[in-house]
Design a binder for this molecule. Structure first.
Ligand code: DQA
Length: 147
């Protein structure tokens, strides 16, 4: 099975950006950890980050059309982007929405997600460890789907 971990705007700054909210683990650290996890599980992992909404849409389409599962931290686009929701739905992707911070404990505008209804589930508030949790959650779902 294959998993694409897709990261949206400002996640390239993870580790240095608002460390009180997002912690000190960098996206490179997350990628390294997930690569080891994927290798151990025999999963084909693609790890990407972009600051551009349309590029995120393209990455979602590519993952979905390849039959890969998606773990997506869309950053602020979570709260604004109908295009990202439509991409997930449009390629019928099996996706998990992820946030490093607990968006529900933050500003009101972070409480709504356009993509949550088209995702299997949402993981938020566990810091960078959320990426590992999402990976562990999506692999059995993909294995089940492939069986
Ligand atoms: C975030 C939460 C979003 O509200 C915010 O815009 C981000 C990061 C998170 O991982 O906690 O950029 O997705």
């Amino acid at each position: 099975v294959a998993v694409h971990v897709l990261n949206g705007p400002n996640l390239n700054l993870l580790g240095t950006r608002e460390p009180g909210t997002y912690g000190s683990v960098t996206l490179a650290d997350v990628e390294e950890r997930l690569k080891a996890r994927a290798a151990a599980a025999g999963v084909d992992l693609t790890f990407r980050q972009t600051n551009f909404e349309g590029e995120l849409v393209t990455h979602i389409q590519q993952a979905g059309l390849a039959g890969a599962g998606i773990v997506i931290n869309a950053g602020a686009y979570t709260h604004t982007s109908v295009a990202i929701r439509d991409a997930i739905k449009g390629v019928d992707a099996l996706a998990i929405e992820l946030h490093v911070s607990n968006v529900h404990a933050r500003e009101e505008f972070r409480h709504h997600s356009y993509m949550a209804p088209v995702c299997v589930g949402v993981i938020c508030g566990f810091g960078a460890a959320g990426y590992d949790l999402a990976f562990d959650a999506i692999v059995p779902l993909l294995q089940k789907r492939a069986a």
